[in-house]
Design a binder for this molecule. Sequence first.
Ligand code: TYM
Length: 334
Amino acid sequence: MNDKKIVFSGIQPSGNLHIGNYLGAIQRWVDNQDAYDSIFCIVDLHAITVPQDAEELRTQTRKLAGLLLACGIDPDRSVLFIQSHVTAHAELAWILNCVTPVNWLERMTQYKQKAAKQKSVSTGLLDYPVLQAADILLYDADLVPVGEDQRQHVELTRDIARRFNHLHSETFVLPEALIAKAGARIMGLDNPTSKMSKSTDTRYHGIGLLDDPDDIRATVRRAVTDSGRDIVFSADPEKAGVNNLLTIYQVFTGQSSQEIEDHFAGKGYGDLKTEVAEAAIEGLRPIQQRYNKLAEDPATIDKLLEAGAEEARRRSTPTLKRVKEHVGFIIPDS
Ligand code: TYM
């Protein structure tokens, strides 16, 4: 009998994966694979809530699968699959739509931010968090390891689950967000007041997982800091840039805040930037090596994803059946 807690998390195959995604989410998915019964999903249905080029989406989806494997997601210990391969996600999302008030969705911060960037806002963009709720609830997940920006969506998932349980009968487990103390919100290097994001046009904004060492050094060298000299962790908005660099250093090296502050005592921002860049380069090197190897064999990745989808179907089917029974649908025999 498996009594491990169930973990579910997802990631969009849009734009380039950056160290925010890695340090805020993926690194912990990898580290906790033995502790939890883990399910990870490449959420292509979510990606099309904003316009996508079809070929580019396919390329990004395969690339993301390769990167997750290279980061250490182990298909022998975790389920890894593509969301559109398991139709239960879209099906449950529809049912959950029917218990979710529109004004819950209009309140979502990420919706408001993304909608502001679109000329025409799709219904899918508004509905995005309901699909995310379906992802999580289909697997009776207890824990959802995410970065800080996803906290509101996990809270909404709980609200939707609670409402469904109340309107129908007890159906869903209420999940909890699992958010790290360090690294849950990596900021843009060019602008430490906004989070590092996949969808950016600026050159020195983030560090991609596949960036080469020279690019990483160039980006970190241009990172915005402040006019002071103190290299200390700080919540002061003035020191957001230095705090962000120290956080990146911390999650790559695993050292405590005190060790890091002692290490940088008496050094300058130039030294800090050099050491942060080298820590990132060293941290990413093995991932890049594994990725380059895996990318030579896309057929193996496709096979792993097929097996993952098969397992995800096996695990989500009973939940969807339970939901349909509670809603009042006739369940066919076959
Ligand atoms: P996505 O693809 O934007 O991001 C994937 C994960 O990376 C985290 N993250 C960050 N963490 C720290 N600092 C940052 N700058 C940063 N940027 C991103 C995100 O919090 C996330 O954990 N809606 C989700 C995908 C999703 C999902 C789910 C997640 C769909 N269904 C079900 C959990 C459970 C998203 O767009 O993540």
